[in-house]
Ligand binder design. Structure first.
Ligand SMILES: N[C@@H](CCC(=O)N[C@@H](CS)C(=O)NCC(=O)O)C(=O)O
Length: 322
């Protein structure tokens, strides 16, 4: 494991799965909220006031969870309100680093730290737990507001509306139940499913996870096969963004690296169309960086790819980045 224990960085080994051969994603530690006036969050969480230039995002361009928050930052016109730093794609014995010798990696512009764990130590000097991206940081109180992407995108969806004037709603009331239902299955078997498949260390566990993953991709293909543009209703919702960040990594990384190779996304008529259509949105295209994605996965997981060679392909005709 790689984590903070009583405020100290500890790295034992690279394994992700437990003795049962299964990957279990730990819960996140910081779950506070930002609200227009600093009042409490929807479930009584401590509230931080929405203000311009007060908040900062630490992300990896490789990470599908962090990617959600970057997309929402664009969708909600928060580019001038919330600043961003991007970590280096390699995640090794020190976890995420602020090395900047890779195009697109920015370093830490707030504190010039070397490692992301130092940001966590600053927020909670005695903390025990994982050091993950994304991190939503408060520059005023110098602490982490929230490090759970599912929360951060909901915060972005509404908290800054008065400042930006952008009232687009990606989690509208009348679609909530349907969005929650889709999110639940997509999270367990697709977003996290690719990790559970790739990190499995027993054949039976792998077989089970890969089957659930492709059952869900078949189910999603079926949903989209009536030609609809979005998963729920006739508008883009958070359900689409949450699925997109896994789909866009699939053929380049998960298919080979995580052995999710029953089909490519390119083999699904409707999922592929959907992927390309979402990629083409102006709030989404600039957030996709396959260089960071491939470099991160193939290089960082030495237990899966010990020689750390990053493959050249595949050729993805729709991709417009380098
Ligand atoms: N529940 C978190 C999960 C975030 C997460 O697991 N991020 C990964 C990168 S894709 C990470 O930072 N891992 C650090 C590590 O494994 O040490 C969220 O959705 O925000």
């Amino acid at each position: 494991m790689r984590q903070l224990v009583d405020g100290k960085w500890v790295y034992d080994d690279e394994s992700f799965a437990g003795e049962d051969g299964k990957f279990d994603r730990p819960d996140t530690d910081f779950r506070n909220w930002i609200t227009p006036d600093g009042s409490k969050g929807p479930d009584g969480q401590k509230g931080f006031k929405a203000e311009k230039d007060r908040y900062h995002l630490y992300v990896s361009l490789a990470c599908p969870w962090a990617h959600r928050t970057l997309i929402f930052r664009h969708l909600k016109g928060l580019e001038d309100i919330i600043s961003v730093n991007v970590v280096h794609p390699h995640m090794l014995d020190k976890g995420w680093t602020f090395e900047s010798d890779f195009a697109g990696a920015t370093g830490d512009s707030l504190y010039a730290k070397n490692y992301l764990y130092e940001i966590y130590q600053k927020a909670a000097p005695e903390m025990s737990g994982k050091v993950t991206v994304p991190v939503l940081w408060d520059k005023k109180e110098e602490t982490i507001v929230n490090n759970e992407s599912a929360d951060i995108i909901r915060i972005f969806n509404t908290a800054f509306n008065d400042i930006t004037g952008n009232t687009d709603n990606y989690y509208p009331k009348d679609l909530k139940t349907e969005i929650d239902e889709i999110n639940e299955r997509v999270y367990n078997t697709v977003n996290n499913g690719v990790y559970k498949t790739g990190f499995a260390t027993r054949q039976d566990v792998y077989n089970d996870e890969v089957e659930k993953l492709f059952d869900s991709l078949d189910w999603l293909e079926h949903i989209l096969s009536d030609g609809r543009e979005y998963l729920v209703g006739d508008q883009l919702t958070e359900a689409d963004v949450r699925l997109f960040t896994t789909l866009v990594r699939f053929d380049a990384a998960y298919y080979l690296h995580f052995k999710c190779n029953v089909n490519r996304i390119a083999d699904y008529k409707w999922l592929q169309r959907y992927l390309e259509r979402l990629y083409d949105l102006k709030a989404i295209k600039p957030t996709v960086n396959l260089k960071h994605i491939k470099e991160h996965y193939y290089y960082s997981h030495g237990n899966i790819n010990p020689i750390r060679i990053v493959p050249e392909g595949p050729v993805l005709t729709w991709y417009e980045g380098e």
